[in-house]
Design a protein around this ligand. Sequence first.
Ligand code: NAD
Length: 266
Amino acid sequence: MDLNLSGQVAIITGSSSGIGRACAIALAREGVKVIINYHSDAEGAEAVRQEITQRGGEAISVKADVSKEEDVEDLVESCVQAYGHLDIMVANAGLQADAAFTEMTLEQWNKVINVNLTGQFLCCRAAARIFRKQGVHKHGRAAGKIVCMSSVHDEIAWAGHVNYATAKGGVKMLMESMAQELAQDKIRVNAIAPGAIKTDINKDAWEDEESLEKLLTLIPYGRIGQGEDVAKVCAFLVSDAADYITGATLYVDGGMMLYPGFRDNG
Ligand code: NAD
């Protein structure tokens, strides 16, 4: 399928590693000019930039903390300065700060909410302002496209991770309310909810055989996901092939949402 994304411009937050990195590479492969946002790993961001440019793609990297309003404004501004417009925002940056509920500190709570939820609000708002001003232009049928990186934990409760699950539950409502409000401006807003994808964020769950085996009991499809599994869906969602999709969450989870505990009669 020709996704026809050539010449479009995308910001992918937290793309010096993991799922964001895979999305940046996949979009660049489709001819998208990519802004690789990173928080502190300048080397990682540079490696992604080189991987893209060595394959003939265009990319720059920009440092910004997505939980800081000023940083986000500067991030979007440097994109417009570099490329003149913006077509795609992938609000992907995220982290975990896990603790049992009664042990969780306010700092751990705030850290995750600030990055995983407020960070998405700030990035999506900054992008939507530009999309609205820009309107539908020569690149595609929408004025702009937003993809929020959610999680199966927008639905599945997660003991020991209430800050993370609360943030992702919030992302679901943030995404759906934005989609409802911005559709009249021809701005499409969707979410991808990954299951278990092999990245640094969940290393504990796959780095040794025993942990991986335990994890696989939760995945009917029988394998851990890769960044590319998510990136391919991201490229589809921001293309005109998905022009009639807005307000949707696509679960990319090998069936994790299917209550695998009930597989053998419950
Ligand atoms: P990752 O740790 O490789 O990537 C997260 C990225 O976010 C990192 O590059 C990190 O530097 C960046 N980041 C953290 N705080 C930031 C900040 N304040 N400003 C800018 N960037 C910041 O892990 P990942 O798995 O690739 O995670 C990407 C997204 O996918 C996250 O939102 C995560 O919640 C979500 N997700 C991951 C999985 C999984 O199984 N890996 C499952 C569901 C959802």
